[in-house]
Design a protein around this ligand. Structure first.
Ligand code: ADP
Ligand code: MG
Length: 266
């Protein structure tokens, strides 16, 4: 299969304002230190690593909320590394992001129907009402939820709204950043099952950021392990769990008690 993303020598550095001298420029903080990887069309790519390893930063580069400091990012053959906002606009619909905390990403004063409709209108879709209804149906929420406000929903239901909002746009790629981390185990399982079904049904490519290896193992076909802004491993999920190559991967596997995935996710 063709690669949806082709990333070469990706670097990202930020000005470290905490160490900025009174006069002169702040020193640069290297967050991503030359990453090479591809995400094949239709893959479910897990991105795992400890806190501060650069997972969210990498995710924000993939959906071009951040501009790389070096290297290149190609999306479906298009070099998006340094595209400006006007050039990105027609592409933005095609790569969507679902956030960790739906409460902070969903406007609390808007009803669910409006929240899903907004991006559809922004991207010039027709039949917005019909698309909102189908998106709710896809994520297993009753049509009546369109009239509800985010605070009237459970955490799992809010995360479904986040997913509905993304898939309504018919994207090629979804980036999910720690989207089940705030949920209890049974809501986690429901959201992951939903996501897994949608990926298959809609032919999506998914990058799934998590610090939880048992979640990654359940969902992902490939896993990339990040450590201090460097990829220490990038392999098929089964290989990685059977014979982790990098010392850091073995540390991660040892540190986290891995329950039998069949038992947890049955
Ligand atoms: P992760 O998602 O893996 O926990 P992040 O990508 O959020 O990691 O962060 C990687 C590193 O970059 C961390 O050390 C973090 O402190 C730093 N960082 C992220 N965003 C900024 C920022 N806007 N300014 C300064 N440092 C940042
Ligand atoms: Mg993060």
């Amino acid at each position: 299969m063709a690669d949806l993303y082709d990333v070469r020598g990706l670097r990202l550095s930020l000005a470290d304002m905490t160490r900025k001298p009174l006069f002169g420029a702040a020193p640069r903080l290297e967050i991503l230190k030359g990453l090479d990887f591809t995400i094949p069309q239709g893959a479910v790519m897990g991105i795992v690593g400890g806190s501060g390893s650069g997972k969210s930063t990498l995710g924000r580069v993939l959906v071009r909320l951040l501009e790389p400091s070096g290297g290149s990012v190609r999306f479906d053959g298009v070099d998006i590394t340094h595209l400006d906002e006007a050039a990105l606009r027609p592409l933005r619909r095609r790569f969507q992001m679902i956030f960790q905390d739906p409460m902070s990403s969903l406007n609390p004063r808007h009803r669910v129907g409006t929240l899903i409709a907004e991006p559809l209108k922004l991207h010039g879709f027709d039949d917005v009402a019909g698309r909102v209804a189908r998106a709710l149906d896809h994520v297993g929420l009753p049509a009546g939820f369109a009239a509800r406000y985010p605070h009237e929903l459970s955490g799992g239901q809010r995360q479904r709204v986040g997913i509905a909002r993304a898939i309504a746009l018919e994207p090629d790629f979804i980036l999910a950043d720690e989207i089940v981390s705030g949920l209890d185990v049974s809501s986690q399982a429901q959201v992951l099952n939903l996501l897994e079904g949608l990926v298959r049904e809609l032919g999506l490519t998914l990058a799934f950021i998590s610090h939880d290896l048992s979640v990654i193992r359940r969902l992902c076909s490939r896993v990339m392990v990040l450590h201090h802004g460097v990829i220490v491993e990038d392999r098929a999920t089964a290989d990685l769990f059977d014979s982790p190559q990098a010392a850091y991967t073995r540390e991660l596997l040892d540190a986290i008690p891995l329950p039998d995935p069949d038992q947890v996710w049955a």
